[in-house]
Design a binder for this molecule. Structure first.
Ligand SMILES: Cc1cc2nc3c(=O)[nH]c(=O)nc-3n(C[C@H](O)[C@H](O)[C@H](O)COP(=O)(O)O)c2cc1C
Length: 188
């Protein structure tokens, strides 16, 4: 796939099934993540790959975190939450690994980690895989972060659901004038 064709046509795949990415496809994706723009070469991200049993455990962690917040959580809701991570054969948790740096504030490091996540999505799509970046309250929950082994200075930027897309939506070009302007600098 040509680079511009990929950039113009990548779409998310909310419905994913097996198979997940192969070891070779993952390596291609990791190399793409490694080329995310990165001030001072901090590489301020890391990836936690979950599949199989690990996804079931993540569901249990999500349920426990939700019950801790709401002890009255009904069984139906618990089951719904339990099954959320099972919507794909693989989830990569993208973590912003933030360090103190005199020239690179936290926000820049989080943006870099987000770019790494997007690079993973692009490399997945280019290889015929489906991907869906998901977030939600669980990203910020201290018990979830601890269960995934995050340090205090680390933040989850997304859960990347990966697998085989059951359908791929076609995209239409957008009117770029909605988000582009020229020569708008106001005089002091
Ligand atoms: C940081 C971030 C978090 C997101 N979280 C969710 C989410 O929790 N649930 C969801 O349905 N879409 C979420 N999305 C949006 C989807 O990943 C996707 O981009 C969106 O559905 C638009 O589809 P498209 O990528 O095909 O244009 C998130 C996107 C980003 C960048």
């Amino acid at each position: 796939m040509q680079a511009i064709e990929l950039l113009h046509n990548r779409v998310s795949a909310p419905q994913l099934t097996a198979p997940g990415p192969s070891a070779e496809q993952l390596q291609v994706m990791y190399q793409a993540a490694a080329r995310a723009p990165d001030h001072a070469c901090l590489r301020p991200w890391r990836l936690i790959v979950l599949e199989g049993e690990q996804l079931s455990k993540l569901g249990e962690i999500f349920v426990a975190a939700n019950i801790a917040k709401n002890p009255q959580l009904c069984e139906v809701q618990q089951q719904k939450i339990l099954h959320k991570p099972l919507r794909a054969p693989m989830i990569i948790t993208v973590v912003a690994k933030i360090t103190e740096h005199p020239k690179v504030p936290e926000i820049e490091q989080i943006i870099s980690a987000g770019c790494a996540a997007h690079a993973l999505e692009l490399a997945a799509f280019a290889q015929g895989l489906g991907a869906m970046w998901r977030s939600g309250g669980m990203m910020f929950d201290p018990s979830v972060k601890a269960s995934l082994g995050l340090a205090e200075h680390e933040q989850i930027v997304g859960f990347l659901y990966l697998g085989t897309a059951t359908k791929i939506r076609a995209v239409q070009p957008v009117d770029s004038t909605e988000f582009v302007s020229h020569g708008n600098v106001l005089a002091v």
